[in-house]
Ligand binder design. Structure first.
Ligand SMILES: [Zn+2]
Length: 109
C-alpha cells in the first residue's frame, strides 16, 4: 500500500461540500429570519442583540462560502499564508480553517 500524503481525500471533501451546502442553506434562512425580525421592535437592547446575531450569521455565511469556493478552486486544505497543507485533523474540527496552526497563531497576535 502506498502512503497518501494529501491532507484531505476526495470522498471526505465531497461529504464536506454537501454539509457546507446544508449549513449555507440553514444560515441564509436564519439571516432572512433575523432580517425580518429586525423590522422594528422598538427595544434598543433587543435591536443590539439582533445586530450581533446578524453579524455572527453573516460571518458564518462568509466562512462557508469561502470554504466552498476554495473547494471548487482546488485550493481547499492549503494554508493561505505558507501554502502548506493544513492537517486533516484540523480541518475536521474547523472545516473553514484558512491557515495552518502556526500561521493562525501569528495571525491572531
Ligand atoms: Zn501556514
Amino acid at each position: 500500500m502506498s502512503v497518501d500524503h494529501r491532507a484531505v481525500d476526495q470522498s471526505w471533501l465531497a461529504d464536506l461540500r454537501a454539509s457546507l451546502a446544508d449549513d449555507f442553506a440553514a444560515q441564509t434562512a436564519r439571516l432572512r429570519e433575523l432580517t425580518e425580525l429586525n423590522a422594528d421592535t422598538g427595544d434598543p437592547s433587543e435591536a443590539h442583540n439582533q445586530s450581533a446575531l446578524l453579524l455572527a450569521t453573516r460571518r458564518n455565511i462568509e466562512q462557508i462560502t469561502g470554504a466552498l469556493s476554495r473547494i471548487s478552486e482546488g485550493t481547499y486544505g492549503a494554508c493561505q499564508k505558507c501554502r502548506q497543507n493544513i492537517p486533516a485533523e484540523r480541518l475536521e474540527v474547523l472545516p473553514h480553517a484558512r491557515f495552518c496552526v502556526p500561521c493562525q497563531e501569528k495571525h491572531n497576535k
